[in-house]
Every structure is written in C-alpha cells, then in structure tokens.
Design a protein around this ligand. Structure first.
Ligand SMILES: [Fe+2]
Length: 130
C-alpha cells in the first residue's frame, strides 16, 4: 500500500484542485520510485508542480490560511516547513537543469548518476511534503 492509498482526507470544496494535484504528485512520485515512471517524465511533473502548484499554495492558500493558524498556534512552523520544502525542491530542480558555470564549457551538464541521486532527493522531499 502506497501513500496514495492513504490520502483519505477530502478537505473543503475550495481545496479540491490542490488535493487533486497532491494525489497526482504522490502517484507519480511513487511510480518513479518503483521504476514505473521515467526520470525525465517525473522531472517534467516536478517542473509543472514548481510552476503551478507551489504558487497556488504560496500565493492563495497560505495567505488565507495564516490568520487562522495564528488563532490556534503561537508559531507558524507548518507554513515555514511548507515554504522551505518548496525552496529545497526548486533549488535541487534548478541545479539539475542549469548548466554549471564553473565546469569546462564542453561538458556543462551534471552526470547521469548525480541527476538520478538529486531526483531521488526531490522524490523523498515531495512525499514528506504531501
Ligand atoms: Fe501542496
């Protein structure tokens, strides 16, 4: 049984888009980790998540949610964790996709082993995040 089978919390009507995206992301991450989705297809989904899902959470969900959280907790730890995980995933993704300026010009890309290792790191953060 994967994490996707335990996502039973239905949430409110207004969060169904986010919930659907979480379900897709968990499914794709679990498929990648069990070799049922290629590294490039998984990275394509990570790119989509960074571009579409993270801004929805950061620009709409979190600003609306923050005052309610403050009512019940004296700290904003959940928000800090969410946004720092977004930053970590984005940073690793950028590292995989941008050529390194300090390397020799004819071989600017990271090695395939490093790409696999960094993508595995993204997958772990993604599951923990959701
Ligand atoms: Fe999310």
């Amino acid at each position: 049984m994967g994490l996707r089978d335990s996502l039973k919390f239905k949430g409110s009507n207004s969060t169904q888009i986010l919930r659907g995206q979480h379900f897709t992301t968990v499914s794709k991450t679990e498929d990648f980790l069990s070799n049922n989705l290629s590294l490039n297809d998984f990275l394509k989904h990570v790119g989509y998540t960074i571009k579409v899902h993270f801004p929805l959470e950061e620009e709409i969900l979190i600003p609306d949610f923050r005052p309610y959280l403050r009512q019940y907790m004296e700290f904003e730890e959940p928000i800090r964790i969410i946004t720092s995980e977004h930053r970590s995933i984005n940073g690793i993704y950028m590292g995989i996709n941008s050529p390194r300026l300090y390397e020799v010009q004819d071989d600017p890309a990271i090695s395939e082993e490093e790409k696999i290792s960094q993508t595995g790191h993204i997958a772990k953060i993604m599951l923990q995040h959701i």
